[in-house]
Design a protein around this ligand. Structure first.
Ligand code: NDP
Length: 321
């Protein structure tokens, strides 16, 4: 096997800011193997909305940083403490410590959006047949998969999306009803009440955040779960817990703010959900059909497109070999 080089190409962020701060560098240090780690030569890197939060400084990380939390590639080196991987193995991995926007990364070994959707429908709110479920950004990365999973369980899925094309995609994903996310929020609430014949939504999955949170509380049914898991439109401001029991009779809402990395902490948890997700992909429940690809060097354009609501499905960066 060829020896691992000392330096690599990748995207470095030296200070927080807009997409311009994603700088292509050709002299980055290849990460060192430490206990329990494998070294992966990345082939494809997953772009996720969270990458924009780290880039902007909404989520804090030491600078300079190589961002990115997900990639797939080939194992090229293994620490002596690791026995379950060997050079040549093909792997997909998540990294809560970032570092995937580059040619090499270490992993404690995409899946990030699929595992997010799966852990949320199992643990944040166990979705059942017959539930009314609302998925915001239903043509996006996580939203597409949430629609596929919830509809396969037999839930009644309503989606929101920003353009007629994205609304069509959301339907194909399994949202039986789709409402434009460009509508005023009071119209969204009224439409949901009409579709559900006054019942409201049993579980809202909301990765949009600030722009939709107030409507979520209004369109939620009694005893519903409002699961806010992202900030695509900005972070939700602090909430007075008393608001969760507003209404006559009181709604007694559950408010969740889950993070994938809190559900896949142990190897057992990770393996359980990764296995179930791969099974869903094999069965065609999760299709992963809609991907847009960019060269790693052009990560800036991927961020610009993602943040301007132009994209559907998954965004991937191709890594030069
Ligand atoms: P998406 O592909 O879903 O992109 C975000 C979408 O949000 C846009 O396409 C757009 O859809 C919608 N949107 C609505 N309002 C705005 C706005 N003002 N600005 C930008 N977008 C807006 O991204 P991802 O699938 O990568 O992520 C979705 C959400 O899930 C993000 O908030 C992300 O942070 C969160 N997430 C959370 C995780 C966790 O563990 N908590 C893990 C993974 C993702 P449209 O135009 O159709 O309305």
């Amino acid at each position: 096997m060829a020896s691992t080089p000392q330096t690599m190409s990748g995207i470095l962020i030296e200070e927080p800011g807009d997409a311009e701060v994603l700088k292509w560098k050709t002299d980055l240090a290849v990460p060192q193997l430490t206990e329990g780690k494998i070294l992966v030569k990345n082939e494809w890197v997953g772009v996720n909305y969270i990458d924009t939060y780290f880039r902007k400084g909404l989520y804090k990380a030491p600078m300079p940083m190589i961002t990115g939390g997900e990639a797939g590639g080939i194992v090229v080196d293994v620490h002596p403490s690791v026995s379950n991987f060997k050079p040549g193995d093909r792997v997909g991995y998540l990294s809560s410590t970032r570092g995937s926007y580059a040619q090499y990364n270490t992993a404690a070994a995409s899946l990030l959006q699929g595992l997010t959707a799966l852990t949320f429908i199992r643990e944040a709110y166990p979705v059942k047949a017959g539930d009314w479920v609302l998925v915001h950004a239903a043509a996006g990365g996580v939203g597409s998969i949430l629609c596929e999973m919830c509809s396969s369980i037999g839930a009644k899925v309503i989606g929101t999306a920003g353009t007629p094309e994205k609304m069509e995609t959301a339907k194909k994903n399994g949202a039986e009803w789709v409402i434009s996310s460009r509508k005023p929020q009071d119209e969204l609430v009224a439409e949901i009440m009409k579709i559900t014949e006054g019942h409201g939504i049993d579980c809202v999955f909301d990765g949009v955040g600030a722009a939709t949170f107030e409507a979520d509380l209004q369109l939620a049914a009694r005893k519903a779960t409002v699961c806010v898991f992202g900030n695509a439109s900005g972070a939700v401001p602090p909430v007075d817990p008393l608001r969760l029991s507003a209404g006559t009779p009181a709604k007694n809402l559950k408010l969740m703010r889950p993070t994938l990395f809190g559900y896949v902490v142990t190897a057992e948890e990770y393996n359980k959900y990764a296995t179930e997700l791969l099974g869903m992909i094999e069965k065609g429940i999760v299709k992963l059909e809609r991907t847009s690809t960019y060269q790693l060097e052009n990560a800036k354009q991927a961020h610009i497109d993602l943040e301007s609501r132009k994209t559907t499905g998954k965004l991937l960066l191709q890594v030069p070999q």
